[in-house]
Design a protein around this ligand. Structure first.
Ligand code: ZN
Length: 169
């Protein structure tokens, strides 16, 4: 009977510690949503910590609110809002660090990696300073912009799309 009491006490203590750890973790962690509500200067222009690598025009760092623990970012040092504003020299340095990030992730054993740049207020971009996301093992979704399953273009639709874009180039 005494042994059973000891086991029960140990079980209850373990359960309590586990619950406490969960509550502590929840309370002490800041959600990205609440972090974004506080106005602050551009976090990428004032980047001083967490620099994994850098060259003349760009930094390689980790994502503050990652989609995956090894979610990396490549950030131009100049405050650029759009991909089209990147100079040729900046592009070379950004891509050098994208390759560095990919090599590091592949060396870690990741096979599936997404490289993503967002543009526009409705693209879920949360920091306006242009940046590349390099994200391992995260499926970005199989739905289209209307929230429906993606379907293949017909040959006629593909021809229309090709002609439309060629006229804009
Ligand atoms: Zn900036």
């Amino acid at each position: 009977m005494e042994r059973r009491t000891a086991i029960t006490a140990a079980f209850l203590l373990d359960a309590f510690c586990c619950m406490f750890a969960r509550c502590y973790s929840y309370v002490m962690k800041t959600t990205y949503e609440s972090f974004l509500k506080v106005p602050r200067p551009c976090p990428f222009c004032s980047l001083k910590e967490g620099i994994i690598a850098e060259n003349a025009h760009a930094y390689l760092t980790y994502a503050l609110a990652p989609y995956h623990p090894d979610h990396l970012l490549i950030i131009p040092k100049r405050h650029i809002l759009n991909l089209l504003d990147v100079s040729a020299a900046e592009e070379d340095d950004i891509y050098e660090l994208v390759r560095t990030a990919l090599r590091a992730l592949h060396a870690s054993g990741y096979v599936d990696v997404s490289v993503l740049v967002r543009e526009g207020d409705n693209s879920m971009k949360t920091v306006e300073h242009m940046h590349y996301n390099v994200i391992p093992n995260t499926r970005l979704g199989d739905i289209d912009h209307l929230g429906q399953k993606r379907v293949l273009l017909t040959p006629a639709e593909a021809a229309v799309e090709t002609e439309k874009i060629q006229k804009l180039i």
